[in-house]
Write a protein that binds this ligand. Structure first.
Ligand code: FAD
Length: 411
């Protein structure tokens, strides 16, 4: 039996819901297959529950924040831009605000408001809460979608997301659906991912957040390969937090175990000024034990690990600290070193780098160049970006374009 305007969307995440609502607005009959009991599970946990929905950086800067295949996204970002995302959500009654780094959030700080808006937008679609196991292309051009039963459609949009946070439903099964239809999937690696360290210092300081620190990652020859300023955190396995996640996107081609993280704990003070500050602090506390003289300089959780790094007896009187020892303290404050080991597993990544080869997708429509009537949207495609709202914008732009193109192709 041949259907006239039936579109199947596999995956009810950011890209899938955008594709669904858009295809509906073009008059298509839309069904979403979602393996989780409800739509938008990952979307609900984005931005630490606040959802950094997009970024208002000018287009050139926006593209510089896309780490893989930015040019592929020209048409999609043209068809549905950052401004479109903002008016889209405001049109659905979600007030937005712009924060540091041009990051856009709902005014309520609740990702749920974004999820609810997307559900409203796509609410005309039928939702089948089943996992799609296979897609077959039929001789008459239609598709059979297998998900505990066979379903027939005219067009299929794969919007199954990446491989990270599998408990949200994005378990990588979409890559298998794409390869079974003849598509190439490039190497899948974690991006925006915490880093393991072999150093006990990290577990000793687990839970400690450092704000306003300058971080640098150096290779085995001491060359700086990344630097940044902001917030990071120690954990039982190593390091995480915004600057670490951003750094990880730059480390793909390196053997992480040869790299060192260097933290400048006092970036606002140059060495000379910091030395003068140390001298004056130590003068005020000259009769105290060293361990009791660091409270104004370091967070309490860091004092013992710091002392182990500088190698000074914690019970030494401050007035007995030598010039060389003060030098070691200064060095540790400006260049606190943490050896690195590896990325955390891909399941813990914010995004998956790699995916369906972009050369096999028409960037003007998101349609497969290999299988007529098959479309892709969102993280399943081999595109990814830094933190800042860029990844969700990619999902919305490609979802919009795929939904529109698939629906238009029916008439
Ligand atoms: C903790 C965390 C925080 C993040 N915060 C931000 C942020 O603030 N801003 C930002 O821009 N990006 C953020 N991201 C990244 C962003 O969430 C993703 O890039 C985005 O969700 C991708 O959208 P998508 O629709 O392609 O995939 P997803 O949102 O992952 O949706 C895919 C859907 O497909 C379903 N599915 C998969 N396979 C099948 C199948 N075989 N059958 C049926 N259904 C299937 C899944 O259940 C899922 O619901 C964050 C990611 C994480 C993990």
């Amino acid at each position: 039996m041949k259907y006239s305007n039936k579109i199947c969307i596999i995956g009810g995440g950011a890209a899938g819901m955008m594709a669904a609502g858009t295809a509906l607005s073009y008059g298509a009959d839309v069904t979403i297959f979602e393996s989780m009991p409800f739509l938008g599970k990952k979307l609900a946990i984005t931005g630490k529950g606040r959802c950094n929905v997009t970024n208002t950086a000018p287009i050139q800067e926006f593209l510089e924040n896309i780490t893989k295949n930015p040019r592929f996204l020209y048409s999609a970002l043209g068809a549905f831009s950052t401004e479109d995302t903002i008016s889209f959500f405001e049109g659905l009654g979600v007030r937005l605000k712009v924060e540091r780094g041009a990051r856009v959030y709902p005014e309520s700080d609740k990702a749920k408001d974004i999820v609810d808006a997307m559900r409203t937008y796509s609410s005309g679609a039928a939702v089948i809460n089943k996992k799609v196991k296979k897609i077959l292309k039929n001789a008459d051009g239609s598709f059979t979608v297998k998900a505990d039963g066979d379903y027939t459609f005219d067009r299929v949009i794969i919007a199954t997301g990446g491989k990270s946070y599998p408990l949200t439903g994005s378990d990588g099964s979409g890559y298998r659906l794409a390869t079974s239809l003849g598509h190439t999937v490039t190497e899948l690696i974690p991006s925006l991912i915490p880093l393991n360290s072999p150093s006990k210092l990290c577990s000793d300081m687990q839970g400690l957040s450092l704000r306003n620190v300058a971080v640098k990652i150096t290779d085995s020859e001491g060359r700086t390969i990344y630097n940044d300023f902001g917030e990071m955190m120690f954990t039982h396995f190593g390091v995480t937090g915004p600057v670490i996640l951003s750094a990880s996107a730059h480390l793909r081609k390196y053997d992480i175990s040869t790299l060192t993280l260097s933290i400048d704990l006092k970036p606002a003070l140059d060495e000379k000024t910091l030395d003068a500050r140390l001298l004056s602090d130590f003068k005020d506390k000259s009769n105290k034990d060293f361990i009791n003289a660091l409270g104004d300089l370091l967070p309490s959780k860091m004092i013992l690990p710091f002392i182990s790094v500088v190698g000074i007896d914690e019970r030494k009187k401050v007035n007995a600290i030598t010039r060389e020892e003060r030098r070691a303290i200064l060095t540790a404050l400006k260049d606190f070193k943490i050896p690195l080991h590896s990325f955390r597993p891909i399941e813990e990544a914010i995004v998956t780098s790699g995916g369906v080869e972009v050369k096999e997708i028409n960037p003007k429509t998101m349609e497969s160049r290999l299988v007529n009537g098959l479309y892709f949207a969102g993280e399943v495609i081999d595109v990814d970006a830094y933190t800042g709202g860029f990844n969700l914008q990619i999902a919305f732009s490609t979802g919009y374009l795929a939904g529109k193109s698939a629906a238009e192709s029916l008439y």
